[in-house]
Design a binder for this molecule. Structure first.
Ligand code: ADP
Length: 158
């Protein structure tokens, strides 16, 4: 069975993430979304909130599950008995950082490979940060985040 891990902060999950999730769910038997409990960043949403929003978002996809993890990504990937990481690429600005991450992961875990999926054009500008900025103003968030995230974002901004 082919299993892949799609890691990230997902603060919050956007339609850009969801697009990558749906496409990878067609490529692998099982996709595990790994929500990073990153102590160096202060997220808007707690780990539990981020995990729950993702669970709601992927509830219609049978072969996708959501878990959180601490520490090294490659350790989490190995715990899940796989060696495939999925990451999304939007623009050149992502490329530098993503390449650096993929290569440093391969330094410590040469058997682990990163598969990059390029963003769909309509989401190429979309990031969790942009969405959080829009949420402060009167912008319709339905175009950017799954339905279950819209009200949670608006509540947070109150
Ligand atoms: P991280 O803090 O690990 O970058 P993010 O939640 O911001 O976590 O992103 C997780 C992954 O999803 C990254 O590989 C990122 O490049 C990708 N991603 C984010 N937004 C989009 C998008 N709009 N289209 C495609 N990939 C995206």
């Amino acid at each position: 069975m082919s299993v892949a891990v799609y890691p990230g902060s997902f603060d919050p999950v956007t339609l850009g993430h969801y697009d990558i999730i749906k496409r990878s769910a067609k490529m692998f038997d099982h996709v595990i979304i790994g929500v990073l409990n990153n102590t160096s960043k202060t997220p808007l949403f707690s780990l539990e909130e981020r995990v729950n929003m993702l669970k709601d978002t992927v509830s219609d996809l049978d072969n996708v599950s959501v878990e959180s993890f601490n520490g090294l990504l490659v350790d989490f990937v190995r715990q899940k008995n796989t060696n495939i990481i999925i990451r999304g690429l939007r623009a050149l600005t992502d490329f530098d950082l993503e390449m650096q991450m993929a290569q440093s992961n391969r330094m410590v875990a040469p058997d682990v490979d990163t598969v990059f999926l390029s963003t769909s054009l309509e989401y190429s500008y979309l990031s969790s940060s942009v969405v959080k900025e829009y949420a402060r103003y009167d912008v319709d968030l339905n175009e950017f985040v799954p339905k279950c995230v819209v009200s949670k974002l608006l509540d947070k901004m109150k």
